[in-house]
Design a protein around this ligand. Structure first.
Ligand SMILES: [Zn+2]
Length: 254
């Protein structure tokens, strides 16, 4: 699953408006961000196989560290602890941990039975990837719903924010379409080369996620992520304040 993971990150914004979109994108994709590095070290293994469709061109022989349920719980707890320690936002930390573990749940739906419960343990998978139409339909619906929830929970502060989010969503959809159209890797040499590119690109394509999402739409002049104006709120010098409280909501964009 690809844009389905991002869909959860987008939707989570409603639950934790103070958590950056970059963090909400990294958490559900953490497993796939770890995976290339673990392939390079030889701790995880993959084979290229002549699969019947683009989703089945890789045989995931072993990825117990990045993709088992138990290790993802540990990764989620670690990420949440670091996030909570750095921000003090405990609600955000809980959601971040759940998002990390959500990767396993969604991958179980799509993968053939290769998702380990724990390193060396039984492997499960419902195999949605056997159907291209089914997989794409599920992911697109998830992505549209996730984007809708995100857009409903935030407001653009200027034109950059208003159009930037659409650019970000378009990039994700284009990356997804490109991954479907791309031919399978030519061989293990080529695949290792691609992995190196992927590792190097963690600040680039791997994602449009941590890098662009955090720095571009949110941290610049275009701060997209201010919560919507609450009912009965008045506008005070650049931030929304409740009539019943002087608490500023501007911190919610951090
Ligand atoms: Zn995965």
């Amino acid at each position: 699953m690809f844009i389905g993971h991002y869909a959860l990150g987008l939707a989570a914004k409603r639950l934790v408006p103070r958590t950056s979109l970059g963090t909400l994108f990294v958490a559900p994709q953490l497993a796939d961000l770890l995976w290339p590095a673990l392939l390079l070290t030889g701790w995880e293994r993959v084979r290229i196989v002549p699969g019947p469709n683009p989703f089945l061109h890789l045989s995931f022989d072993a990825f117990p560290i990045s993709h088992s349920l138990v290790t993802l719980c540990a990764w989620g707890a670690t990420y949440a602890l670091l996030y909570g320690w750095r921000t003090g936002y405990h609600r955000g930390a809980v959601v971040v941990a759940l998002l990390v573990v959500s990767h396993w749940v969604l991958d179980v739906v799509t993968h053939v039975p290769d998702m380990p419960l724990y390193p060396g343990g039984p492997r499960v998978g419902l195999g949605l990837w056997r159907s291209v139409a089914g997989t794409v339909s599920v992911e697109v619906v998830m992505f549209v719903v996730g984007a809708g929830v995100y857009l409903g929970a935030t407001r653009a502060r200027d034109a950059r924010g208003r159009y930037g989010i659409w650019g970000l969503l378009a990039v994700l959809v284009l990356c997804y379409a490109a991954s479907l159209a791309a031919p399978p890797p030519p061989g293990i040499g080529g695949w290792r080369h691609r992995v190196r590119v992927a590792v190097r690109g963690v600040g680039g394509l791997g994602g449009p996620t941590p890098g662009a999402a955090r720095a571009w739409p949110e941290r610049g002049a275009a701060r997209l992520l201010a919560p919507r104006r609450p009912r009965g709120a008045r506008h005070h010098s650049g931030s929304w304040s409740s009539t019943s409280s002087t608490r500023s909501h501007s911190s919610a964009v951090l």
